[in-house]
Design a protein around this ligand. Structure first.
Ligand code: HEC
Length: 149
């Protein structure tokens, strides 16, 4: 093969590698509660897609810590009284996009829907930014101390 052909082949291999890395590496997810545009976009999305279960004021379903008749857990609050804030941004993103499957034991039954195909990644980040914007400063401090953002 000519030298130029080798160079071309090398470039193709490099490009394919870069695409593979982009595709298979988990992307960094950053949910910024101080991004006012994301929060403004997330509020109505929350009302439309999450409030029916997690509560208009993020208060969760009544008695959310006890399993229902089907043995499933009700929707927990997303405010400071729940445990949403214990999870880092990537977990929150993945639970919203894919449901709990990836973060629960195999076969775990949950009423949390997966929003893949319903909300875009940007919508999911916006909804979560809205949720995070409702947390008091104390919660943000605790997350920072734990190395989360
Ligand atoms: C049909 C009811 C329902 C809707 C609608 C719903 N959820 Fe949930 N969600 C649940 C339930 C139930 C759980 C708890 C599941 C479990 O623990 O098995 C949950 C759990 C979660 C958790 C994990 C919380 C934790 O502390 O572990 C996150 C994050 C979450 N939901 C985000 C959302 C977002 C964001 C929306 C809207 C885009 C949404 N949910 C819409 C029912 C719902």
């Amino acid at each position: 093969m000519k030298r130029t052909a080798w160079i071309a082949l090398g470039l193709i291999v490099l490009a394919a590698g870069a695409i593979a890395v982009r595709h298979f590496m988990p992307r960094e997810v950053r949910i910024d509660a101080s991004d006012t545009r994301a929060v403004a976009r997330g509020g109505p999305l929350y009302a439309a897609h999450c409030a029916s279960c997690h509560g208009r004021n993020l208060e969760g379903q009544p008695d959310w810590q006890s399993r229902n008749a089907q043995g499933r857990l009700p929707a927990p609050p997303h405010d400071e009284h729940g445990h949403t804030w214990h999870h880092d941004d990537l977990v929150l993103f993945e639970v919203t996009k894919y449901g709990l499957t990836k973060h629960a034991p195999a076969g775990y039954q949950s009423d949390m829907p997966a929003f893949e195909g319903v909300l875009s990644d940007e919508d999911i980040v916006a909804v979560l930014a809205f949720i995070k914007s409702r947390w008091p400063a104390l919660i943000h401090d605790k997350r920072r101390e734990a190395g989360m953002n």
